[in-house]
Ligand binder design. Structure first.
Ligand SMILES: Nc1ncnc2c1ncn2[C@@H]1O[C@H](COP(=O)(O)OP(=O)(O)OP(=O)(O)O)[C@@H](O)[C@H]1O
Ligand SMILES: [Mg+2]
Length: 261
């Protein structure tokens, strides 16, 4: 079956200007994502994963290259795409129900329907009973679950997730990974996920892209063909896990910093 391409990252380069120096983060990064695909980006800390995700979401400008979503250039944040930030991105002055409702304000005008939808997604992440708590009254893991509920509630075409389960304990992580897959299967949402967790990448992804430490380029692409839901103790799972682990075994030289004259 010929599945259409939904996102195309074409020869993207990005540098930051840090304390008098130009730091080249991404250099000629290219890849395509199919509609309904779950794609993981793996790489060492600082290799540019969050930067790349921010670029795809339209939150960060690029120096050169192009990002196309459904054939149109991404020039800023777009409604069909939601981003789950590494630091949750919750508004501290709103209770968590109101935090989940934010994204729905333009989509559902009827207040009680909006509340119902938000509560449904809070229930899904096991936090319906905390709907009137404020973010600072919740643990880090709970805040992350609120952020996940908020993203899912909008039913976007593309979800960008930056280490969405990192702060969760194992049980909540496994539970939410399964919920995410279940919802993704229903809605056929495309998901791009940044993670440090090799098991998570193998469990969730159709494809894993391993980023190079120096240029952010795609050093290795791995298709995970085992049907979902996957058994973490199965030999296939261990096979992919080992492949990725070996990829990280190479001692990567540190990024060179160019001096700005
Ligand atoms: N807004 C910014 N201004 C200046 N430098 C930045 C900015 N954002 C990121 N950087 C730099 O870009 C590099 C890549 O950062 P990025 O956050 O993309 O890494 P990462 O791969 O997500 O790392 P981690 O796994 O630790 O989250 C880092 O050296 C960082 O200091
Ligand atoms: Mg990051």
């Amino acid at each position: 079956m010929n599945i259409p391409i939904t996102l195309e990252v074409k020869d993207v380069s990005k540098s930051f200007f840090n304390q008098g120096q130009v730091e080249q983060i991404l250099q000629g990064v290219s890849f395509k994502v199919k509609k309904g695909e779950v794609l993981s980006l793996l790489g060492h800390s600082g290799c540019g994963k969050s930067t790349l995700l921010n670029i795809i979401g339209g939150f960060e400008k690029i120096d050169s290259g192009q990002v196309l979503f459904e054939g149109s250039p991404v020039l800023g944040p777009h409604r069909q795409c939601v981003m789950l930030f590494q630091n949750y991105g919750l508004l501290p002055w709103r209770n968590i129900l109101k935090n989940v409702e934010i994204g729905l304000e333009n989509l559902i005008k009827n207040k009680s329907l909006r509340k119902e939808q938000a509560l449904h997604y809070l229930e899904l992440v096991g936090l319906k009973d905390k709907a009137h708590h404020f973010p600072n009254q919740l643990s880090g893991g709970m805040q992350q679950r609120v952020a996940i509920a908020r993203a899912l509630a909008i039913k976007p075409d593309l979800i960008l997730m930056d280490e969405p389960f990192a702060a969760l304990d194992t049980f909540n992580r496994y539970y939410l990974q399964d919920e995410l897959l279940r919802l993704q299967e229903q809605a056929k949402t495309t998901i791009i996920l940044v993670t440090h967790d090799i098991d998570e990448a193998v469990y969730l992804s159709d494809r894993v892209l391993i980023m190079d430490n120096n240029s952010g380029n795609i050093q290795r692409e791995l298709k995970i063909t085992t049907p979902k839901s996957r058994d973490r103790s199965h030999g296939d799972f261990q096979y992919y896990r080992t492949l990725i682990f070996n990829e990280f075994h190479f001692n990567q030289p540190k990024r060179q910093v160019e001096y700005y004259i």
